[in-house]
Design a protein around this ligand. Structure first.
Ligand code: TMP
Length: 208
C-alpha cells in the first residue's frame, strides 16, 4: 500500500531515554505546525494498552516466549490498523516509540526465537509496513539499567531479565543497524539530554 506520510521509529535498550526525547521532538514539530502522531509499542490503542499491562506485569513469570511474541504482535497489528496507517494516509509524520525491531532485538536476539519465524509473524501483523527511518538511541547496558532503576518508574517483567539478556538485546540492535544502514541512525545516548535532542532533530530535519 502506498502511504504519503513519514514513518519514523525510535529504538533502544532499557534506559536509553527514548520517551523523554520523543516528547521533546513532538513539541518541536508542534511549534512548526507540522502534523504528527506520537505513539508507542506495546500500546497506543485501547486494546494495545491492555495488552501492554498484561505483557509487563511482573506476576506473569510463567509467560512463554511464544505467547510473548504473539501478544506484542497483536498490539502491533491493532496499532498499525487503527493509528499508523490512517495517519500516514493523511500525510502525517508518525513517531513511534518502538516497533518491529524491538521484536527482533528482544524476542530474537534476547530470547533466542528464530528470526525467520519472527519475520513471518511480523509480516502478518503489519502487512509489511516498515519505517523509512529508525533512530536508535544507544547506551551501554549497565548505564541504561542504572538509569531505569534511578528513574523511580515501576520495573517491568523485561527490566527484570538478567544483564546477559540485555547485552544480547543491545548487540542485536547493533547487528540490525549494521545490516540496514540506509534506514538506521545510531545516536550516542550517553550524552546530555539537550545534545541528544539536537542530534535527533538534525537527523529528522532533512525529511521534513
Ligand atoms: P518501554 O515502553 O518502556 O520501552 O517498554 C517496552 C518493553 O517491551 C521493553 O522492555 C521492550 C519490550 N518489547 C519487546 O520485548 N518486544 C517488542 O516487540 C516491543 C515492542 C517491546
Amino acid at each position: 500500500m502506498r502511504t504519503t506520510g513519514l514513518f519514523v521509529t525510535f529504538e533502544g535498550p532499557e534506559g536509553s531515554g527514548k520517551t523523554t526525547q520523543l516528547q521533546r521532538l513532538g513539541a518541536w514539530l508542534a511549534q512548526q505546525h507540522i502534523p504528527f502522531v506520537l505513539t508507542r509499542e506495546p500500546g497506543g490503542t485501547v486494546i494495545g494498552e491492555e495488552i501492554r499491562d498484561l505483557l509487563h506485569d511482573c506476576a506473569h513469570t510463567e509467560m512463554h516466549a511464544r505467547t510473548e511474541i504473539l501478544l506484542y504482535s497483536a498490539s502491533r497489528a491493532q496499532l498499525v490498523a487503527e493509528v499508523i496507517r490512517p495517519a500516514l494516509e493523511a500525510g502525517k509524520i508518525v513517531l513511534c516509540d518502538r516497533y518491529v525491531d524491538s521484536t527482533y532485538a528482544y524476542q530474537g536476539y534476547g530470547r533466542g526465537l528464530p528470526l525467520a519465524d519472527l519475520q513471518a509473524i511480523t509480516q502478518f501483523a503489519t502487512g509489511g509496513l516498515m519505517p523509512k527511518l529508525t533512530l536508535y538511541l544507544d547506551v551501554p547496558v549497565e548505564v541504561g539499567l542504572a538509569r531505569r532503576q534511578q528513574s523511580g518508574e515501576t520495573l517491568t517483567r523485561l527490566d527484570r531479565e538478567a544483564v546477559t539478556f540485555h547485552r544480547r538485546v543491545r548487540e542485536g540492535y547493533l547487528t540490525l543497524a549494521r545490516q540496514a544502514p540506509q534506514r538506521w541512525r545510531i545516536i550516542d545516548a550517553t550524552r546530555a539530554v539537550d545534545e541528544i535532542q539536537t542530534a535527533l532533530r538534525d537527523e529528522l530535519r532533512p525529511w521534513l
